[in-house]
Design a protein around this ligand. Structure first.
Ligand code: ZN
Length: 252
């Protein structure tokens, strides 16, 4: 039996700046990357997910208390607008992750305020815009995030991201990418922070049509389903509680 609580409430966040300012990006994503990412999740999860989008230009970047309270999993694509994201919104997202909201961070989101805060490291990497061929290797067969993905898939043209990627040791390494230039990159990694599950996935440079690619869409949708934590326990993550001796014993 299914109920509304079985439905994963997803918010796809996109800064939506390159799409407005760069003609090449506009051609690939005329309605914004966020709408294409949202489509890919709907296409794969169907009635299992209720997907909405939010963008930087909206009041509170579309991530109000109300929206986050109704979000089980948030996806994040940002790049040129990282510094424009309000610290109060970052703190709100951070607290929600600790309380159990799933977070899927995409591509240049590696340098977003929210990801850097959750990781505690610089999250810097090497990069090159040369349209290299990327091979995304599945190094976690059997993991829910790689369901339906074979041993590897190819992205014909992509920005190169390479090591060293300054992140804490991942909880799980899901994908490892190689590039025609010879570099290697930990392109799919998981973490847990508080009760929240986090997946970082690097494919998705704005000048290549990566979010139309079926394997990429499948991975993101799989990650959304994996990061969803229905029935998670209540958890007060931001307060320390002063407690008398024996506070946990039954009251007489
Ligand atoms: Zn990029």
């Amino acid at each position: 039996m299914s109920s509304s609580s079985d439905i994963i409430r997803v918010t796809v966040w996109g800064e939506n700046l390159h799409e407005q300012r760069h003609e090449a990006v506009q051609k690939i994503y005329p309605t914004g990357m966020h709408t294409v990412i949202a489509e890919g999740i709907r296409e794969n999860l169907g009635a299992r997910a209720e997907v909405r989008t939010a963008t930087l230009d909206q009041p509170e970047h579309g991530l109000t208390e109300e929206v986050l309270a109704e979000t089980d999993v948030l996806t994040w694509w940002g790049h040129m607008g990282h510094s424009q994201v309000d610290d109060a919104v970052v703190k709100r997202v951070y607290d929600r992750v600790l309380a159990g909201m799933g977070l899927i961070v995409l591509h240049s989101g590696h340098w977003s305020k929210i990801f850097v805060r959750l990781m505690g490291t610089s999250c810097t990497l090497r990069w090159r815009e040369s349209g290299d061929r990327e091979v995304v290797w599945n190094v976690s067969p059997g993991h829910p995030i790689t369901e339906g993905i074979g041993e590897a898939f190819v992205i014909p043209e992509q920005e190169t991201y390479s090591e060293y990627f300054d992140i804490p040791p991942p909880q799980e390494l899901i994908f490892l990418s190689t590039y025609s230039g010879g570099e290697v990159f930990r392109s799919g990694i998981t973490y847990t922070r508080g009760l929240g599950r986090i997946f970082y996935f690097s494919p998705g440079h704005e000048t290549h049509p990566v979010y139309y690619q079926p394997e990429v869409r499948r991975v993101i949708a799989n990650a959304v389903a994996w990061a969803n934590r229905p029935g998670r326990p209540h958890y007060t993550s931001t307060t320390c509680i002063q407690s008398p001796t024996g506070w946990f014993l039954p009251k007489e």
